[in-house]
Design a protein around this ligand. Structure first.
Ligand SMILES: [Zn+2]
Ligand SMILES: [Zn+2]
Length: 155
């Protein structure tokens, strides 16, 4: 089974439109501004720099543990369905075997509680890339790295 499939899971933004992130290097949290799809202000980059420690990492490596857990729980019913369909297909056409998938079978996983995104942290704007504002804890504004180019600044 090598097919890939994607399941859309919505992760909430805070009331200013920022998305919570966790650095895979230093494991500290911050938030980045979530641009709408096609927003001309959004920088097109191949990696982001951690605003907290300045280390770069790939675009898809910034999920917080809570977001990953949520996404997994939210996607589980669809994964179960996919597995069930695949099993049905796999056993179709097998001679001499009477195999039935119980269509009422489903896993016990209920839908997860929605994630709550508190509006904590303070907004900082990198002078080099003011179109990519960030949020960091108010104790961490003394030295912040621009997410796009990694340049440190004090807010
Ligand atoms: Zn970091
Ligand atoms: Zn910059």
């Amino acid at each position: 089974m090598t097919e890939e499939f994607s399941i859309p899971v919505s992760i909430p933004l805070d009331e200013d439109g920022f998305l919570r992130r966790e650095c895979p290097t230093c494991e500290q949290e911050f938030k980045w501004f979530n641009h709408e799809e096609g927003d001309p202000d959004a920088e097109q980059v191949g990696q982001y720099f951690c605003p907290r420690c300045g280390e770069p990492s790939g675009l898809d490596t910034w999920w917080t543990p809570a977001q990953l857990e949520f996404a997994q729980a939210a996607a589980q019913p669809q994964i179960d369905q996919y597995v069930k369909d695949s099993l049905t297909d796999a056993f179709k056409g097998v001679k001499g075997m009477d195999f039935k998938v119980n269509q009422n079978w489903h896993s016990d996983s209920a839908s997860p509680d929605p994630l709550i995104e508190p509006s904590d942290m303070v907004i900082v704007e990198p002078p080099c890339h003011p179109n990519e504002p960030l949020k960091v804890p108010d104790t961490a504004t003394g030295r912040v790295h621009c997410m796009i180019c990694g340049t440190p600044f004090a807010a």
